[in-house]
Ligand binder design. Structure first.
Ligand code: AMP
Ligand code: MG
Length: 525
């Protein structure tokens, strides 16, 4: 029998009010609330690898489908919605909380590891404000696919166990333009050691509730960061430093694979350094640091691809402010924050060297940074697919070094959205850069095959492109489930060439360029 034991609920104060209505919740880390049953829970996807991790069967029982649809709970589950706040688009938003998420319980896996099982879209909670607590199929599928893809890409992330259709429609206005329409609803089951966010600590701090703040931080330290020592002003500071380090490293991972989160509000920043809350995220296709998939963010482009590392630092500053009453040493917190820039710059160089197949070399730091800067320049000189460019790079071999520019760029042809543009100045720019790169890469004396294998282990071929998600969503909405299955299988081996699966690696076709859902997404999910 599956065992549950929620340490979060056991250790922290809960809301005394048992009824489920929207309210401000003070002095509590969560409110007990059960999912609202749905008309007809029907399994759309089950992730066997996650099921195995949790000690669940390879295929779910009917009872589990009812549980994951919110129609049934198992013995030992103590469902709740967490209370947290957050800064949204740079402004303090006050209490937010799990408005459409309910944690069913903490599952103890066969290997004794512990995992929170959380439903996203299970109906209203005390934190639902004016919304319905539901999620549409399209955004639920996007969350399931992307979190699993991220895991297999090697990027820290929450995971997903299942996708269940509810049989109920949900009304949404996709582009917030007055065209609301009913869409099929669904529930994703998310899995993580914890869903605690920066905003979990910011809310009690903003209310001057130091007792709750301390209880939360102490719980986090002892449960999730046991290596940092018993709670004390010193370990609180080490905690902040560790969260900063993990966050910086997560930002580099996002930059490495071309992921744009889209809504890096502090309520969407995991305290464990995981990618969390997949909403209007996107994958960089044409390389463009100013790109954001989130139409809600278009005016300021706050959360654009290239801004993510600095926005994370801003978010860490908000977290530092929240922790100040416990650390009581502003200078020490500031020192960690200042260190972030340095850590991030170093991590970026290391990450780009790996993508380019260059070995660490202290004396080449300046040259390598220049090589990177110039690469960004050529990449934006014509619309160039980030994933296909880096993947193709390993096929540009030293034998091509003395070849003409057009032969040199040939292995990269798939990456260009406007091949006719790649002539004249643009082509010469790529040619010159590639020759410099070959010279630098070759200087380490390693055989090209060795370098190519190392590059292809960090430059994925298959990422969950936005237009592919749109195609799979349409198929799934029409009851065709095998496409989603196939895509999940392909995404489980993102670095391996998979013959016959080329369609899952293809660059965005022209029809998808301006299509809502493929290149534009909003928070309407
Ligand atoms: P997000 O931008 O998706 O992270 O959501 C921000 C806040 O709005 C969180 O507190 C969510 O729980 C809440 N929220 C978003 N969508 C809904 C919804 N459909 N029903 C209830 N709450 C929601
Ligand atoms: Mg959120």
């Amino acid at each position: 029998m599956t065992r549950f034991d929620d340490r979060f609920v056991r250790a922290l104060p809960g809301d005394a009010e048992p009824a489920n209505f929207v309210r401000q919740v003070r002095g509590a880390a969560y409110s007990r609330v059960t999912p609202t049953p749905v008309t007809q829970p029907r399994l759309l996807a089950w992730v066997p690898r996650v099921a195995e991790l949790l000690g669940l069967p390879e295929a779910p029982t009917d009872e589990w489908v009812r549980v994951l649809g919110g129609n049934h709970t198992l013995e030992g589950m103590a469902p709740y919605a967490a209370c947290y706040g957050g800064h949204q688009f740079g402004n303090w938003a006050g209490q937010l909380g799990d408005g459409r998420a309910i944690t069913l319980g903490e599952l103890i896996a066969p290997d004794q590891s512990r995992w929170e099982l959380q439903l996203k879209g299970p109906g209203p909670t005390p934190y639902s404000r004016r919304a319905d607590g539901r999620a549409v199929l399209r955004s639920s599928l996007r969350e399931l696919v992307c979190s699993e893809a991220m895991f297999h890409l090697g990027v820290p992330t929450t995971r997903a166990l299942a996708l269940v259709a509810t049989g109920d429609d949900v009304v949404r206005d996709l582009l917030y333009d007055g065209n609301a329409r009913p869409e099929p609803g669904a529930i994703t089951t998310r899995v993580a050691p914890s869903f605690l966010r920066f905003g979990s600590y910011e809310l009690p701090a903003s209310r001057g509730d130091v007792a709750l703040l301390k209880a939360l931080v102490d719980f986090t330290l002892t449960t999730h960061f046991p290596g940092l020592g018993a709670p004390s002003a010193d370990s609180y500071l080490r905690f902040f430093a560790e969260v900063s380090r993990r966050t910086a490293s997560l930002m580099m991972e996002w930059q490495r694979v071309g992921f744009v989160h889209g809504v890096m509000n502090t309520d969407n920043m995991s305290i464990l350094g995981l990618t969390i809350d997949y909403g209007p995220y996107g994958w960089l296709e044409g390389f463009d640091p100013s790109w954001t998939p989130n139409t809600t963010d278009l005016p300021g482009r706050r959360y654009a691809f290239g801004n993510q590392p600095s926005v994370a630092q801003w978010n860490l500053l908000s977290l530092a402010n929240a922790l100040l009453p416990l650390v009581e040493d502003q200078q020490a917190l500031e020192a960690v924050l200042d260190g972030y820039s340095e850590v991030a710059a170093g991590a970026q160089l290391a990450m780009m060297r790996k993508k380019l197949g260059l070995l660490e070399h202290p004396e080449r730091e300046r040259d390598d940074r220049e090589l990177m800067r110039d690469l960004y320049r050529v990449l934006v000189s014509t619309e160039t697919d980030m994933t296909l460019f880096f993947r193709g790079l390993a096929a540009v071999t030293p034998a091509l070094r003395d070849a003409a520019d057009d032969a040199l760029v040939k292995p990269l042809a798939e990456a260009f959205y406007a091949p006719h543009e790649v002539e004249g100045g643009v082509l010469a720019g790529f040619g010159a850069w590639l020759r410099r790169w070959l010279a630098r890469a070759g200087a380490d004396g390693r055989p090209h095959e060795v370098r190519a294998a190392q590059m292809n282990a960090v430059n994925p071929l298959y990422v969950p492109r936005n237009y592919l998600a749109q195609t799979v969503i349409s198929a799934t909405e029409q009851g065709e489930l095998s496409m989603l299955q196939q895509w999940l299988e392909v995404l489980a081996r993102p670095y391996d060439e998979q013959p016959g699966m080329e369609r899952w690696a293809a660059r965005r076709p022209e029809w998808a360029r301006h299509q809502p859902g493929s290149s534009m997404l909003s928070c309407s999910s």
